[in-house]
Design a protein around this ligand. Structure first.
Ligand SMILES: Cc1cc2nc3c(=O)[nH]c(=O)nc-3n(C[C@H](O)[C@H](O)[C@H](O)COP(=O)(O)OP(=O)(O)OC[C@H]3O[C@@H](n4cnc5c(N)ncnc54)[C@H](O)[C@@H]3O)c2cc1C
Length: 372
């Protein structure tokens, strides 16, 4: 039965927020989703770049792929596959060892299924945010949320001070909405700061969540790098490079150029941030990172020509280093109808984020049914 009077606000259109919003909407709950970014996806975004001569290039600069094993997540991914939102990335994968200077484990690493969004990693979130019953607002950052005790409602205020409405339920799907690290980076308190103090149990779990950073370097080549025997590999024994994936070999991508995305190790990213600071990195820093990761890629010994496009992106909070709700899958305050979800609740990957978004939707769906 539809319960449009039970309005829920979902903060964040990454995969956990998008799954939560669409699951609630399918169950008749009225959902408004807000994201400070221009489009959906969060760490499953796709980056659009333009070369100097006006060529458009797309890169999955966040998660390159994901794998699933939990039955409820497998079920959802099968549905997305039928809708053409995801496809299996059927290529050869392996690892490269800087000690032996060899590509290895080609068979072994190819065993687990790798899924990608089609035509971009953000396609899944995009489709979920457009589902009937979900009203999505992009470019709208939430500056503050307040619990109105008399009305028993959540009030949302934008970063520019704009009143964004009142809601019976609230889903916060980014650790920055609740973590004190936000203050370190932006100088502003996290949006849920004041109200979390009223929820000491949740507040304690979320205090200063540790995260690991990563740099992604996007490269485009005029010719295929045919001397690399795989389309994606993890790296052993490098302090700089963690993995490299050939973006243009994924299903549904344009084949007009060969595009690779390199990921740095967390250790390398932490060192750069220690020197350059937490603020937005300068062009000089990004160019230096792009060059250092590219040089490490070249030192594999494969025949790698100069790319016609090379750019770095910093993910300050690429991977949560802890799981705050491995059993419950999300944090939940029934009295205030507040769910906190995201990969930091379960595991630092897409599957963990989906699982958490589903759990948050279940809590709010149950309570909305009891309000009918
Ligand atoms: C470089 C990199 C490589 C990765 N590799 C893999 C991999 O191989 N396999 C895998 O499974 N996973 C991988 N991951 C991890 C995976 O991307 C994440 O676990 C998953 O996407 C997290 O989803 P989420 O919904 O929890 O959070 P997010 O995607 O971070 O979504 C949170 C959203 O909230 C929004 N938001 C934040 N604050 C506000 C505010 N105040 N107001 C409004 N909106 C706000 C943000 O803009 C963002 O869109 C990788 C991640 C990175 C960065």
């Amino acid at each position: 039965m539809s319960n449009t009077a039970f309005k829920v606000a979902v903060l964040g259109s990454g995969i956990s927020g998008a799954v939560c919003a669409s699951t609630l909407a399918r169950n008749g709950v009225s959902v408004t989703l807000f994201d400070s970014a221009r489009g959906p996806g969060g760490r499953m975004s796709q980056r659009r770049e333009k070369t100097e001569d006006g060529k458009e290039l797309h890169f999955d600069h966040g998660a390159p792929f994901f794998s699933v094993s939990k039955p409820e997540v497998v079920h959802l991914v099968q549905e997305w596959e039928l809708r053409g939102l995801v496809a299996e990335w059927k290529e050869k994968f392996g690892s490269f060892d800087f000690q032996t200077l060899k590509f290895d484990n080609l068979e072994q690493e190819g065993l687990s299924k790798r899924f990608v969004g089609v035509p971009g990693m953000n396609s899944i979130c995009k489709a979920l945010c457009n589902e009937s019953g979900v009203e999505s607002k992009f470019g709208v950052g939430i500056g503050r949320v307040e619990w109105l005790e008399d009305e028993k409602l959540w009030s949302l205020i934008g970063v520019d001070g704009q009143n964004l409405g009142q809601f019976k339920g609230l889903v916060a799907s980014d650790k920055n909405i609740v973590s004190t690290r936000t203050a370190e980076v932006t100088g502003r308190l996290p949006p849920l700061d004041a109200d979390l103090k009223l929820l000491p149990e949740l507040s304690e779990k979320l205090h200063n969540l540790p995260v690991r950073p990563c740099f992604a370097v996007m490269l485009a080549f005029a010719e295929p790098l045919s001397s690399i025997p795989v389309k994606g590999f993890s790296v052993k024994n490098s302090k700089v490079l963690r993995s490299a994936y050939c973006d243009s070999s994924k299903p549904g991508r344009s084949a007009t150029s060969e595009r690779w995305v390199l990921h740095s190790t967390a250790e390398y990213a932490e060192n750069v941030i220690a020197q350059a600071g937490l603020n937005k990195p300068s062009e000089v820093t990004l160019n230096k990172v792009a060059e250092e990761l590219f040089q490490e890629f070249q030192s594999t010994g494969a025949n790698i020509s100069q790319p016609f496009f090379k750019r770095a992106h910093r993910w300050g909070s690429a991977f949560p280093a802890t799981s705050v709700a491995p059993e419950e899958k999300c944090l939940w305050d029934r009295n205030k109808r507040l769910a906190i979800c995201g990969d930091f609740c379960v595991s630092p990957n897409v599957e963990g984020a989906i699982h958490s978004g589903l759990a948050a939707a279940l809590r709010l769906k149950d309570i909305s049914s009891s309000c009918l």
